[in-house]
Every structure is written in C-alpha cells, then in structure tokens.
Design a protein around this ligand. Structure first.
Ligand code: HEC
Length: 191
C-alpha cells in the first residue's frame, strides 16, 4: 500500500498564495496618511487685513502664544497631533488597509476642523477664539482624543494636572487675544 506523502506541490502553492495575499493586503495600506500641502489661512474674530496696528498686535501675541505653547506641546503631540497635524505617527498596524483608511479619514476630518501643523495661529473651521474654546470644551467633556484612538493609545488620555496645564494655556491665550483687540480699540464679543 502506498504511504500517503504530504503533497509538496500543494504546500508550495499554499505558501506562495499566502505571501501573495499578504503583499497585496499591505500594498493596499500604502499612501500618505496626511497631505502636507499649504494650509487654509488661520481665521481671526476680526480679520487684520488693512489694519496694520491690529496685524502687529496679533503677530506679537501669536509669538507669545507659540512660546507658551512649548511646555504643553508634548501633551498635544501625544494626544492630538496624530489627527490634527500633517505629521501623524505611523505604527506598523496603520499599514493594515481597514485601519489605515479609518485613520486617514479621521486625520482628514480632524484637520479640517483644527490643524495645528504650523503652531499658533491654527487653521480650522473657526476663529482662534472659537478653536481655543473648542479645544478646552472637547477635552473637558472627554470627546477628544477620540475614544477609538484611546483604545490603542491609552497614554493619550488627558486628565488631572495634564488637563489643568492645557486648560491654563487655553485661558491665558484667550485672554491675550482679547487684550490685543482691546489694545487697538476693537474689542471682541465673548465667543
Ligand atoms: C484619532 C483622531 C483624533 C485625535 C487623536 C484627536 N482628534 Fe480632535 N477631531 C478628530 C475628528 C475626526 C474631528 C472632527 C469630527 C468631530 O468633531 O468628532 C475632530 C474635531 C476636533 C475639534 C473641533 C470640534 C468642533 O466641534 O468643531 C477640536 C477642537 C478637536 N478635535 C480637538 C482635539 C484635541 C485638543 C485633541 C487632543 C487632546 C484631539 N482633538 C485629538 C479626530 C481626532
């Protein structure tokens, strides 16, 4: 009676097929997660165009706000930049097609609302006062970072002293912006 031998040809076909499918799947997951073209102009409550005094005031507080943002930048980097800048980190599992598409959509949508790629002033849907207010609110209400993100990045959760330093920075920045408008005699309403 012939001994049943493993079918070598079949095994080779199976191995080659698995490698092939793997390659195909990984190649579907390529492509940039975030486009790095120019950003939309940041918006202000009162556009400084044609108001040189206001332009100077806003430029100088923007400088100050960027400086004061430095100590909290590690928080934003860890918790927000993956979806709100043009430089998301890319762990290996972002190469998996379903995951990659989902993340790419989050990054695109996140950046439409708020883009911090170039520091302050931010690009996004609202004025600088709107965006700062939204940052505070979204984090305070636990809506940001997105819960789907926290599932894989538990260290991105913002609470306790970390939340306090972010909130202090937001409030100080809002105060500076309002002061800049007052300084040139164009106070803004509470937004
Ligand atoms: C996993 C991706 C992701 C991360 C991480 C993330 N966001 Fe978002 N963010 C989004 C998406 C998507 C939207 C737009 C849809 C929505 O509001 O849910 C958004 C919207 C926002 C908005 C606009 C809300 C509005 O109503 O206009 C703000 C402000 C914001 N995020 C702040 C933050 C801050 C601050 C962090 C970090 C603490 C953060 N996000 C982390 C994806 C993310």
């Amino acid at each position: 009676m012939a001994k049943k031998r493993p079918n070598l040809a079949l095994m080779i076909v199976v191995v080659v097929a698995i490698i092939g499918i793997g390659h195909f799947v990984m190649s579907m997951g390529e492509g940039p997660l975030a486009e790095s073209g120019p950003l939309p102009e940041p918006k202000w409550s009162r556009p400084p165009a044609g108001l040189p005094e206001l332009q100077v005031a806003l430029d100088s507080i923007s400088y100050v706000i960027n400086q004061s943002m430095q100590p909290i930048e590690p928080i934003l980097e860890r918790s927000c930049f993956d979806c709100h800048t043009n430089r998301p980190k890319e762990p290996w599992y972002y190469g998996l097609p379903g995951i990659r598409q989902m993340i790419a959509d989050h990054v695109e949508e996140g950046r439409e609302h708020l883009d911090m790629s170039n520091g302050f002033p931010f690009s996004g849907r609202g004025t600088q006062l709107d965006l700062l207010h939204e940052i505070y609110e979204e984090v305070d209400e636990g809506k940001m970072p997105l819960s789907s993100y926290l599932w894989l990045h538990s260290d991105a959760r913002i609470e306790g002293a970390t939340a306090d330093s972010l909130f202090d920075w937001v409030q100080e920045s809002e105060r500076l912006i309002k002061a800049a408008y007052e300084q040139v005699g164009l106070p803004v309403e509470e937004e």
